[in-house]
Design a protein around this ligand. Structure first.
Ligand code: GUN
Ligand code: FE
Length: 437
């Protein structure tokens, strides 16, 4: 279902990395789910303007302290891991996977369990303002399809991956190679058969330790022949990087493993990338492959501090990920703050280093994420022709403001002091998916 409407009030969005665009006295007209006008009103009559664009009805007029922002993009999140959010940060990546993550994910063989959790996960993500999510599910085809159905019911936009893993895994959570391939075909075809323009399948080899080269090559072939997105993990943790070096001695580095498998494409997003080498960054930039920066997870699992400025300077596209349950929070607002913290911490040990500022990280959370998922022709900001995925936010603690704040100050208050409570309405493709309260 698509929809139309008119919004009057300030809106802010990113058109490029360096700086946000602020339109104070804005009019934003949405027709059939798409932005048809987004500019300053400049004294014109809103109703006349809207009807000239074929949109009737009374406008939504923003109240003082309110702002319209593009929806958040979570470029990396594990839906099945939500029950573990906040648990198990006494371990680092490989022990954490074996102790906490694989046993939980194995439970999604039970479809009833899966549907109950996934319904709640999608509601939590939408409530937190994530209008586009790139989800890992589990190895189970049927419950991964349940996730796709939950997303479709809730009206979220998402990429959804049935996970592939065929080696070095516990017996209770592993697939045979041919079964993994057959199930992937079946999953992709079933999601496409839903014919929901908001929901797409994504090829999801877990990482190079959990899959062998044969499986990864065959998944690369499926992605190419069916024109699919790809997601996996890379260089999150030093122990992981060393294990990959040991397993693939014929490859020159971790990124080269994925490249030899044909997995590095313009539609590929790699989570973490904390420990990538310069030559790997050059390879990713050359392939148009993106990185999902997951700062909260990198801290909780003590994986390291990802220097995002370095990735961006190398020409790699970057988005933000919550990586639940590597990270404890499904909120991209929390990911924004974690990214700002990490960047400042990185700067303490580097000369003349410019940490990311809030406008740059706001870009990562919106247009950057859309670019990382190769969907910036559809969403990411309010450019005319894009689909209207948006948040109506109300800035926190108006009683504590001394005088009115300008729009950029409202954005700062929201980013640094805001929470889910300040996200009053959420829209996907012009349709309201979270009501005000
Ligand atoms: N690497 C392989 N699998 C995972 C996972 O589930 N979470 C994180 N953070 N890293 C991974
Ligand atoms: Fe992850």
């Amino acid at each position: 279902m698509e929809s139309s409407g008119v919004f009057l009030g300030p809106f802010i969005h990113s058109e490029r990395f360096e700086q946000v665009t602020v339109v104070d006295d804005g009019i934003l007209i949405v027709r059939n789910g798409k932005v048809v006008l987004a500019e300053a009103l400049r004294g014109r009559d809103a109703v006349t303007l809207a009807s000239a664009h074929g949109v009737l009805g009374s406008p939504v007029v923003l109240r003082p302290g309110q702002l319209l922002l593009p929806g958040f993009v979570d470029a990396h999140v594990h839906a099945p891991q939500f029950p573990n959010a906040g648990l198990g940060y006494d371990k680092t990546l490989l022990d954490w996977l074996a102790t906490y993550t694989f046993p939980l994910e194995a439970r999604y063989a039970d479809q009833e369990f899966a549907t109950r959790v996934y319904d709640a996960v999608v509601r939590r993500c939408l409530g937190a303002g994530t209008t586009l999510a790139c989800y890992f599910a589990t190895i189970h085809t049927e419950s991964s399809l349940q996730l796709a159905r939950c997303v479709a019911r809730a009206g979220q936009r998402a990429l959804i991956g049935k996970v592939n893993m065929n080696v070095n895994n516990p017996e209770f959570y592993n697939e045979a190679t041919q079964q993994s391939i057959d199930e992937t075909h079946s999953f992709v075809d079933s999601v496409r058969a839903m014919q929901n323009s908001l929901v797409q399948p994504v090829i999801t080899p877990r990482f190079a330790i959990s899959c062998d080269m044969d499986l990864m090559k065959r998944l690369g072939d499926i992605a190419r022949t069916k024109d699919l997105h790809i997601q996996t993990h890379i260089s999150e943790n030093i122990g992981e990087v060393e294990a990959v070096r040991g397993l693939y001695q014929q490859c020159s580095n971790y990124a080269d493993v994925y490249d030899k498998a044909g997995l590095l494409t313009k539609k590929t997003v790699l989570a973490h990338g904390v420990h990538l080498l310069e030559e790997e960054l050059r390879l990713l930039a050359g392939r148009g492959t993106s990185v999902a920066h997951c700062p909260a997870s990198n801290t909780c699992l003590r994986s390291g501090m990802c220097d995002v400025r370095r990735l961006l300077d190398a020409g790699v596209t970057v988005g933000l990920g919550t990586d639940v349950s590597g990270g404890p929070s499904p909120s991209i607002l929390d990911a924004i703050r974690a990214a700002l913290d990490t960047s400042i911490h990185v700067s303490f040990s580097k000369k003349n280093y410019r940490p990311l500022n809030y406008q740059e990280v706001f870009y990562l959370a919106t247009l950057g994420g859309a670019r990382a998922l190769d969907m910036d022709n559809i969403v990411g900001n309010f450019a005319v022709g894009k689909e209207f995925d948006a948040l109506l936010v109300s800035v926190p603690d108006p009683d504590l403001h001394v005088g009115p704040l300008n729009s950029l100050q409202l954005l700062q208050k929201f980013i640094y002091c805001g929470s889910e409570r300040n996200i009053k309405e959420v829209y996907v493709q012009g349709r309201q998916v979270k009501q005000g309260f």
